[in-house]
Design a protein around this ligand. Structure first.
Ligand SMILES: CC(C)(COP(=O)(O)OP(=O)(O)OC[C@H]1O[C@@H](n2cnc3c(N)ncnc32)[C@H](O)[C@@H]1OP(=O)(O)O)[C@@H](O)C(=O)NCCC(=O)NCCS
Length: 106
């Protein structure tokens, strides 16, 4: 699932949750969902997507620690687990904290 959030008054996306049924895991489905999701998000005009997750999984899709793109880390979360990918080479620079949809309770 992708949901909308904001940084610096710019709309960005949050990727969460990502889930594949256990019997279908390790067949490339999670990767395909992420790549296709990124393409659609870019087509819709989103420039960044953030994720709170494993630093061993998401970097293969271009995610880097959020501060590399001027997005502040989340309080109380290890820096390496809050990552951001730039969806478009033309993305504007952003600076600030992510404001999550209220349903996240963050
Ligand atoms: C994470 C998840 C979506 C990956 O989906 P998938 O279809 O199995 O993933 P893919 O087949 O595209 O990729 C498999 C690779 O991801 C790695 N991987 C899977 N889950 C991982 C995890 N939690 N942490 C780190 N690496 C993980 C596998 O080791 C494998 O690595 P390899 O390519 O080096 O062998 C799936 O394992 C899942 O639903 N897990 C339970 C829910 C969950 O933890 N979601 C993530 C929330 S941040």
């Amino acid at each position: 699932m992708f949901s909308r959030a904001t940084v610096d008054n710019e709309d960005i996306l949050i990727l969460a949750p990502l889930s594949v049924l256990p019997e279908f895991q390790n067949k490339g489905i999670g990767s395909a969902l992420i790549k296709e999701g990124h393409k659609t998000a870019c087509r819709l005009g989103y420039e960044y997507c953030a994720v709170l997750g494993s630093e061993k999984y998401y970097p293969r899709f271009g995610y880097v620690i959020s501060s590399d793109y001027g997005i502040q880390p989340l309080k109380g979360i290890p820096t390496q687990n809050f990552m951001v990918v730039k969806l478009s080479a033309k993305a504007k620079n952003v600076n600030g904290y992510v404001k999550f949809a209220k349903e996240f309770g963050i």
